[in-house]
Design a binder for this molecule. Structure first.
Ligand code: ADP
Length: 385
């Protein structure tokens, strides 16, 4: 092969390798400035790439795909791969690029952002808020939307387990870090970050215990999730909020006053009062309550009997009290499959799509995806916090 051919072939290899996507950043290597020296000598391609960090968990996959891409170029029989690591300066350039040129620590989900932010809240724990949020996120991703999920339920984080983001030691899968930027693990198309990913199993405050953090630390954590996690361009960002009206609800209200809020409640009227309160507090910060989701509603048994363990009417009652513009968006029945799949870390919307609970969550996703995002109907903050 002549020199000219070598150059032409090297260009072809560069194009092929450059199109390989980084599995965590989900962008082509060329765009991420990860390509280095690429040469072709006869039928041998020598390909240099620079990984973002030492011990990059995606290293094996990237190496495999780069080698395959280079080998797919006509005339290449052998690929020699040189894998290096970016210099601190190169990494800084990359993180800046990923932040879209924004100054470090600037929040990408401000009022001008195209991402719809939806905080999922409930009056009390145990109503199935996290289970619904995880399944809703997956159902939205299944519809082709780019979805991020922040587990802000700092005292009862369960999202990693619900989505099967469990490491071999039983703890949550860790996000990869590029300097200060964190790459959220992806489960079923949903980019997910949780406080449970930052606690080691066995810590006093570890995944099996409660996080005994106080307000300022919680505020910083939520802020860090919003600023230092690389979500890329999202259509929807869901936040699984802690139940009630505590510190995190106030922080999220301050950081994301333009967020939409979904209130989850059971059909039990005793649960509705506290659910109403969480909706009202969200509204005080300027957030808009877009609807109520009733979970654990009556299920129909195989013999046709209707089992309404938690009574009925709670969801409609909460929606009514929250105002004329707040609809009851879904009533999700009790479902052994939803519960079992949640325990197994598999979203039921994928594994049991025809289950009545999955169907209700998928139609909730459809109505959220169809609803226009905008300022109409948004109440202004009633008092500064
Ligand atoms: P929360 O986030 O409100 O504290 P979880 O999502 O952790 O609640 O759910 C509490 C428990 O209820 C879990 O064991 C979950 O599997 C179960 N669960 C949630 N929704 C349903 C449902 N519709 N049918 C049956 N079990 C449910």
């Amino acid at each position: 092969m002549s020199d000219i051919d070598g150059v032409g072939a090297a260009d072809a290899v560069r194009r092929a390798v450059g199109a390989v996507s980084d599995p965590e950043l989900r962008r082509p290597l060329a765009e991420l400035d990860m390509l280095r020296d690429i040469r072709v000598d006869g039928a041998i391609a020598t390909v240099g790439i620079a990984l973002t960090i030492v011990g990059c968990p995606a290293a094996d996959r990237i190496s495999r795909e780069v080698t395959a891409a280079a080998a797919s170029v006509p005339g290449i029989d052998e690929v020699v791969l040189n894998v290096g690591v970016m210099s601190p300066d190169e990494r800084r350039g990359l993180t800046e690029k990923l932040r879209g040129g924004r100054a470090t620590r600037e929040m990408p989900f401000g009022p001008d952002s195209l991402t719809r932010v939806i905080a999922v809240t409930s009056g009390k724990g145990g109503v199935g808020k996290s289970t619904v949020t995880a399944n809703l996120a997956v159902a939205l991703a299944e519809r082709g939307l780019a979805v991020g999920l922040i587990d802000a339920d700092v005292h009862g984080f369960s999202i990693p387990a619900l989505l099967g983001l469990t490491a071999p030691d039983g703890g949550a899968v860790q996000p990869t870090r590029i300097d200060e930027l964190m790459l959220p693990p992806v489960a079923h198309g949903v980019k997910t970050i949780s406080i449970g990913m930052f606690l080691r199993r066995g810590d006093a405050d570890g995944p099996l215990g409660a996080v005994a953090w106080r307000g300022p630390m919680l505020h910083r954590t939520v802020q860090q999730f919003l600023t230092d996690v690389y979500f890329g361009d999202l259509d929807v960002l869901l936040l699984d909020m802690p139940p009630g009206t505590g510190d995190v609800a106030i922080s999220v209200g301050q950081l994301l006053p333009h967020a939409d809020v979904l209130v989850v409640t059971t059909p039990q009227t005793a649960a509705s009062d506290v659910a109403v309160r969480s909706g009202l507090v969200a509204r005080q910060t300027g957030q808009r309550v877009i609807g109520v989701v009733e979970n654990m509603a009556a299920m129909t048994l195989p013999d046709g009997t209707v089992l309404d363990l938690f009574g009925s009417g709670g969801g409609a009652a909460v929606a009514r009290v929250l105002g004329d513009d707040v609809p009851l968006l879904a009533s999700i029945p009790l479902s052994p499959d939803l519960r079992r799949d949640a325990d197994a870390g598999i979203p039921a919307v994928l594994s049991h799509p025809d289950d009545p609970a999955s169907a209700a969550i998928r139609s909730l996703a459809a109505s959220i995806a169809a609803a226009p995002r905008g300022l109409s109907g948004r109440s202004l903050p009633m008092r500064p916090l």
